[in-house]
Write a protein that binds this ligand. Structure first.
Ligand code: GFB
Length: 330
């Protein structure tokens, strides 16, 4: 990415990762590897700025901002239980959003697009750790096949746009993400924001802290503010259509029980702590390798999990009244 004038549009810019990118761009020293560069204009848009499911309103956004580069985060997202309930809605809405953004990015001649996938797009029956080249080698886990197929199509579209129009569209594959300014809606949230919210309410109301499932599944969690730096790196320094897994190391898998224990500690919760095994466990694991990332970026210092979790819990407690705790989205 050269130093000339560039307009970087971040779709989904008001969500977990979007907010983290804004935080990094505004707090890292200007001109530094992850800080704002001269000639850069960063624009963070959210649902209130325009409906990306609609071709005309997406076109209007491109006419308004005339982006040269895009970090495409906008999507209908949610945790396991919401994915299980709305498979068609996740498939259709995400396909509409992705098709509109990439179409107008090509029409407006954008120099680069980095789209956000997720390790849940991978086949369920696959050799671990996951690497960038086995995305399409089998069906995804049944719990989220709607979302997974829609996201896989982004990789397919990137390759097609490159072959037909020479576009420089690529993608990133994060593992489970957590951090400040997440979605804490108890029905739709991912496991960490859901449990932070539940533990907060249990402490406030003197009620039991109930965690779903058996606690056995394994996950890798990346802190949103670390992931933000990796998206900035991929936008500026990575030029290939092939995706990159953005994750902590493959040996940093932790169980859902470890996560719940860590939240109890971070929230200083002393009350009753129980399991609701009637709730689904979902995919047992999705262990991913970050070897490609580290070989390209030349090493990266990830924030220790407990420190990142404490910052996330403290942010929620301090912002409970304004945090996204529960509007119905679907
Ligand atoms: O983050 P999560 O919802 O999604 O984590 P996935 C689910 C795991 O946490 C399951 C347990 O093993 C659940 O049993 N869990 C326990 C809970 N209590 C809760 C709770 O209150 N809420 C939630 N949500 N989980 C998602 C995909 O899979 O990963 C999405 O469905 C996306 O499409 C996301 O890719 C990153 O990690 O299972």
């Amino acid at each position: 990415m050269s130093a000339e004038q560039s307009v970087i549009l971040v779709t989904g810019g008001t969500g977990l990762i979007g907010k983290a990118i804004q935080y990094v761009i505004e707090t890292e020293p200007a001109g530094s590897r992850f800080g704002k560069k001269p000639g850069e204009t960063w624009i963070f848009i959210g649902q209130n700025d325009g409906d990306l499911k609609d071709a005309e309103s997406t076109k209007k956004l491109f006419e308004k901002y005339k982006p040269t580069h895009i970090i495409h985060l906008a999507a209908l997202v949610g945790g396991l239980f919401k994915n299980m309930k709305y498979k068609l809605t996740f498939l259709r809405e995400n396909m509409l959003i992705n098709d509109n953004v990439l179409h107008w990015a090509q029409v407006f001649g954008c120099k680069k697009v980095v789209s956000c996938l997720s390790t849940c797009v991978y086949p369920d029956k696959v050799e671990y750790p996951l690497t960038e080249d086995n995305i399409h080698l089998g069906l995804p886990h049944e719990s989220n096949f709607g979302y997974a197929h829609a996201k896989r199509m982004v990789d397919v579209m990137n390759h097609a746009y490159k072959e037909e129009f020479g576009c420089n569209f690529t993608s990133a594959i994060p593992t489970n993400v957590f951090g400040p300014a997440d979605n804490y809606d108890l029905e739709g949230a991912h496991v960490i924001p859901a449990l932070i919210h539940k533990c907060y309410l249990a402490k406030k109301n003197g009620t039991p802290f109930v965690v779903g499932g058996t606690g056995k599944p394994l996950r890798q969690f990346i802190y949103s503010r670390d992931l933000a730096k990796l998206f900035i790196w991929e936008l500026r320094e990575y030029d290939s259509v092939e995706p990159v897994i953005l994750s902590v190391g493959e040996d940093e898998e932790i169980s859902i029980k470890d996560v719940a224990d860590a939240i109890v500690k971070a929230m200083d919760f002393k009350g009753e702590y129980v399991w609701d095994v009637s709730k689904a466990d979902g995919q047992f694991r999705k262990q991913a390798s970050n070897k490609k990332l580290l070989s390209l970026i030349g090493g990266f210092e990830f924030t220790p999990f407990d420190k990142a979790l404490q910052e996330s819990v403290d942010w929620f407690v301090a912002n409970y009244d304004t945090a996204r705790t529960g509007k119905k989205t679907v």
